[in-house]
Design a protein around this ligand. Structure first.
Ligand code: AGP
Length: 600
């Protein structure tokens, strides 16, 4: 988590850095800071809170055309001004911003920095103190930076300023994302291209453990041995308007509204010249050769993986296991003979998933990443990538990426089945077109969903989401959406499972959202609803046309049985959104969270 930026050129660095940080705020938002360098030396501004608080605290009279900045999601040390980045060495010569976690910072402190009074509780400060120490022992700044990097265990994206040299920003990364943006009269750095689209769309990819010197008129990349690496820039295929809220009050609302378009874009992206759905032949071959798929993911992406398992098993007849990434890497199950690993990750940067990818690569297994971000770490490091084509997702609560993940997994399973000669009794393209329209129908009924949020959740302390089969998968996602943005304690359950213990929590008025979109188990889930209403629950039934009954609270348009998650999740997203609004929560930036979780 955390976002970093840097600028070296001719413009007012403060403004470029602040604008960049505003675009990176999704990565962390508990404190922020910038450091700028001019002929008077280095000036640091930092504040607890949002970028807006930092902006308010900045002395606008300080002019500089070199600087670095940071927006923080605290890992080491509470979120306060003292622990906010940038951090400075004791002599004040060096100033540093860091995204990541230095695992051996305590050991390094004991080994090298005993006599130095630290100013913060962060792991980051150790890095900047080490650089200063090695320079005081006679090394050049570049050599000291290089020597320090060699001692670090963990993840980092770093930018360092030297008070004695206004012409360079020292930059490096390991396991955390970082790009250099290039132009004729300036150069920039950023955790995400989005932050610097304001000034350039040309970016250079950095590799782990390279040492990069960013100057106004050039960028020098060297590997650990000091060999210069030549690398051409790429054009970031992002439209600045993709990352603006426009007239929407929240990114989450905008992103939910984009869901029909996302489905249509996926259909377009995965349609071949013969007008049929298609997937890269190499990926198809890998899917075909596998005797078992292992889906690895976290949070919402894990929930999408649960739906994906149904697709690969039911449509393509390939056995699938779905695992939470933070568990899998440290407790691997017995693997099949020819496994294929599928990493699902909106950001492509999730550290929990990446640690699994690193381990399975060491064991020689093939991997496929399903991600929204081309060029992201998981995409670069896996053998194959399937893109989501959802456009940037900025709200911390994932919505359009979830439906995109499910749709792309459906396409992959469907095309694999066709390739295998399996007789599939439906036309996925046709059904996805219906899904896009059905999502729009749900979105057009926002008022009804706002009313449901008010009726069921206005004074709720907790809530349950139940469903069976695919509806169970969606109930897990519904509960996650509600809790992460409204802070109402919420749990998703298989309909039949509540009575095995959790039903003890049902009291008069406890909201229970029940999904009824799976014909084979429609009666069973209605039976489960009766069990909870008999104990006082306030049940909100969301059913599908053809299975609806008179008192159901919301009826979904008829959708193919396997694709219902794409539609049934939408009312749950919107109910969560309105519940959070009623509680005056910060919908796009819920407390304690960040969009991209780059620490384990
Ligand atoms: C969901 O709303 C969350 N933002 C979170 O659970 C997220 O899905 C998880 O952190 C995984 O992120 P990824 O898809 O970028 O890997």
């Amino acid at each position: 988590m955390c976002g970093i930026v840097g600028y070296i050129g001719e413009l007012d660095a403060k403004e470029v850095l602040l604008k960049g940080l505003e675009k990176l705020e999704y990565r962390g938002y508990d404190s922020a800071g910038i450091a700028v360098r001019n002929e008077d030396g280095i000036t640091v501004f930092k504040e607890k809170g949002r970028i807006a608080d930092l902006r308010a605290a900045i002395d606008t009279s300080v002019e500089a055309s070199v600087g670095i900045g940071h927006t923080r999601w605290a890992t080491h040390g509470v979120p306060n001004r003292k622990n906010a980045h940038p951090h400075q060495s004791a002599t004040g010569r060096f100033t540093l911003v860091h995204n990541g976690v230095i695992e051996n910072y305590h050991l390094l402190q004991k080994a090298y920095l005993k006599g130095i009074q630290l100013a913060s509780d962060t792991d980051t400060e150790i890095i900047v103190q080490l650089v200063d120490l090695f320079v005081s022992e006679g090394l050049s700044t570049e050599d000291a930076f290089r020597k320090t990097l060699g001692l670090l265990h963990g993840s980092y994206a770093l930018a360092l300023l030297d008070r004695e040299d206004a012409d360079v920003i020292y930059v490096a990364k390991n396991k955390s994302p970082l790009l250099v943006g290039v132009a004729d009269t300036f150069n920039v750095i950023a955790s995400d291209a989005m932050a610097m689209l304001q000034v350039t769309n040309q970016f250079v990819e950095l590799h782990d453990k390279e040492v990069v010197l960013v100057r106004k008129d050039g960028v020098t990349i060297t590997n650990l041995e000091g060999t210069v690496m030549e690398r051409a820039p790429f054009t970031a295929e992002l439209d600045a308007s993709d990352i603006e809220k426009g007239t929407y009050p929240h990114y989450m609302l905008k992103e939910m509204d984009e869901q029909p378009t996302v489905i249509r874009k996926i259909m377009q992206a995965y349609t071949g010249e013969d007008d049929a759905l298609t997937v890269d032949p190499e990926i198809l071959a890998a899917l075909n050769e596998a005797d078992r798929l292992y889906i690895i993911a976290a949070g919402t992406s894990y929930h999408a993986g649960l739906v994906g398992k149904e697709y690969f098993e039911k449509i393509a007849k390939i056995p699938v296991e779905v695992h939470i990434s933070s568990e899998f890497g440290y407790n691997m199950p017995l693997l099949s003979e020819k496994p294929l690993f599928i990493f699902i990750s909106q950001s492509g940067e999730t550290a929990d998933s990446r640690q699994v990818l690193v381990k399975i690569k060491e064991q020689g297994y093939k991997s496929l990443t399903v991600t929204n971000v081309p060029g992201s770490t998981l995409s670069r490091e896996a053998d194959y990538t399937l893109l989501l084509h959802a456009g940037p997702e900025i709200a911390v609560a994932s919505t359009k990426a979830y439906v995109a993940q499910i749709a792309v997994l459906a396409v992959a399973a469907y095309v694999t089945a066709k390739e295998k000669g399996i007789d599939v009794d439906f036309d996925l393209k046709q059904e996805l077109a219906i899904v896009a329209n059905n999502i729009q129908t749900v979105i057009d009924r926002k008022d009804d969903l706002e009313k449901i949020a008010e009726d069921y959740l206005k004074i709720a302390r907790n809530a349950f989401f139940i469903g069976r089969n695919l509806d169970f998968c969606v109930s897990l996602e519904g509960a996650l959406k509600l809790k992460e943005i409204s802070y109402i304690q919420a749990e998703g359950f298989a309909g039949g499972e509540l009575k095995h213990g959790t039903i003890a929590l049902i009291e008069d008025g406890t909201p229970v959202f029940a999904l009824v979109s799976q014909k084979a188990v429609a009666l069973n889930i209605r039976g489960n609803v009766k069990e909870v209403t008999a104990r006082g629950a306030n049940a909100c039934i969301i059913s599908m046309e053809g299975m609806a009954e008179d008192d159901d609270a919301f009826i979904l348009p008829k959708t193919h049985a396997l694709l219902t998650p794409l539609v049934s999740v939408v009312p749950l997203q919107l109910i969560s959104y309105y519940a959070a609004l009623h509680r005056r929560c910060d919908v796009d930036k819920p407390r304690n969270l960040a969009k991209s979780v780059t620490v384990e």
